[in-house]
Unconditional design. Structure first.
Length: 242
């Protein structure tokens, strides 16, 4: 009997790269506020909620806004972002993802999305991925942002599994922390340098099968199937309200 039965996936940066659209949306908001906003500044937004992202942006520009104005700018940022997302094509899926998901399902694993993005359903629809998942827990179903484990605990519950039976795939330190806080193993998508607390590292899913991931976690070698890369990434990761 195998140790793991469920696989939980973050969305942005794991299955699809919508991070650039977050950057473009925040850059437009920054321009309206007269704030210079760079890709390096944007790294501070990874894994952060939409409201907190705006607050960081304001800190960068030395600006202050009242609560109502902040909410308006957050809504406008999401409108800009959604305009980009509605043009997403099936090909936007990251390399190897569809094959990995299909192979895992064929071998009897239960799959859940554990993203705090409120736009997760729209993105899955655009990517034609809805049928791949047994459960979808998104920002409309949770109230706490990562590193709180709520989204992953609810994902495990929706699959009818215990936390120890689940593997989480994440690209942000806050997500790795959330998985561990929820009692689950965490595989980082990225580099060991960027995700030092992950139980294992994948550069991505191209050429990877679930057996290699299980062997990596059992053997503790920290890398499976492909070398961990360290490329530059824009984005907020998977914040509540994204």
């Amino acid at each position: 009997m195998r140790m793991y039965r469920g696989l939980l996936f973050d969305l942005d940066g794991v299955l699809v790269d919508t991070a650039k659209y977050h950057y473009l949306a925040w850059k437009e908001i920054a321009g309206r506020l007269g704030i210079v906003f760079t890709p390096k500044d944007n790294e501070r937004l990874k894994g952060v909620s939409r409201m907190r992202s705006l607050e960081i942006l304001l800190e960068i520009g030395g600006r202050k806004l009242d609560r109502k104005a902040k909410e308006q700018y957050c809504e406008e940022k999401n409108r800009i972002y959604l305009n980009h997302i509605r043009r997403l094509e099936r090909s936007a899926l990251l390399p190897g993802v569809r094959e990995f998901l299909r192979d895992a399902r064929k071998k009897g694993y239960l799959l859940a999305l554990g993203s705090a993005s409120r736009n997760a359903s729209l993105i899955l629809d655009r990517l034609e991925l809805n049928a791949c998942f047994d459960a979808v827990i998104d920002g409309n179903a949770v109230s706490k942002a990562k590193p709180d484990p709520e989204v992953f605990r609810k994902g495990a519950q929706a699959l009818g599994l215990k936390p120890r039976e689940c593997i989480v795939f994440e690209d942000a330190p806050a997500g790795i922390e959330a998985a561990h806080a929820g009692g689950m193993r965490a595989v980082g998508i990225g580099s060991r340098e960027g995700l030092p607390e992950a139980d294992g590292i994948l550069a991505g899913f191209a050429g990877v099968r679930i057996e290699a991931v299980e062997a990596m976690l059992a053997g503790g070698d920290g890398a499976a199937g492909n070398p961990a890369g360290s490329g530059f990434a824009f984005g907020e990761g998977s914040p509540v309200g994204q």
